[in-house]
Design a protein around this ligand. Structure first.
Ligand code: SF4
Ligand SMILES: [Zn+2]
Length: 150
């Protein structure tokens, strides 16, 4: 994790298994893109697996709104977007959904997704996974490795 959680300093901070672990507080100059960020964070992400504060961690950091980058609540975030998560990451750990006029439509579902909050019951049937910025990075990296076409 970086920044905000250590500054707020609530019960989540002081009792969390990641407290004081420098590998959770990834300095900005240690990574240049999402692939490098995941390479640093993924080896320590397992610590969130046994953490009882996952939902509280997300409530406290509000990663989507704070455009958080780092590890929070069993997920790796890049500018407020989840780019990698533990296999047992539960959507119920995300903030409760804001009910909007668009609820009950695909647009409503997308609004929940953009806010990285739970889907409301009416939007759930429309839910589709969003694009992961990491996929675009990996595609770009693979294209760079392709030999030049004569
Ligand atoms: S969920 Fe992960 S990042 Fe959050 S307090 Fe627990 S161990 Fe730390
Ligand atoms: Zn909804």
């Amino acid at each position: 994790m970086t920044g905000s959680r250590t500054q707020i300093g609530t019960h989540v901070t002081s009792h969390a298994p990641c407290f004081g672990d420098e590998d959770f507080a990834v300095a900005d100059d240690r990574w240049k893109n999402g692939i490098e960020l995941v390479a640093i964070c993924e080896p320590v992400l397992y610590v969130c697996g046994g953490c009882p504060y996952r939902a509280a961690c997300i409530r406290q950091v509000v990663p989507a709104k704070s455009l958080f980058t780092g590890i929070c609540g069993g997920r790796i975030w890049l500018n407020g977007v989840i780019i990698h998560e533990l296999p047992d990451a539960d959507p119920a750990e995300l903030p409760v959904p804001v009910i909007r006029k668009s609820c009950g439509t695909a647009a409503g579902s997308r609004a929940h997704r953009r806010a990285v909050e739970q889907q409301c019951p009416r939007c759930l049937p429309y839910h589709r996974p969003g694009p992961n910025p990491l996929d675009a990075e990996e595609q770009a990296a693979q294209q760079l490795e392709l030999p030049d076409v004569p």
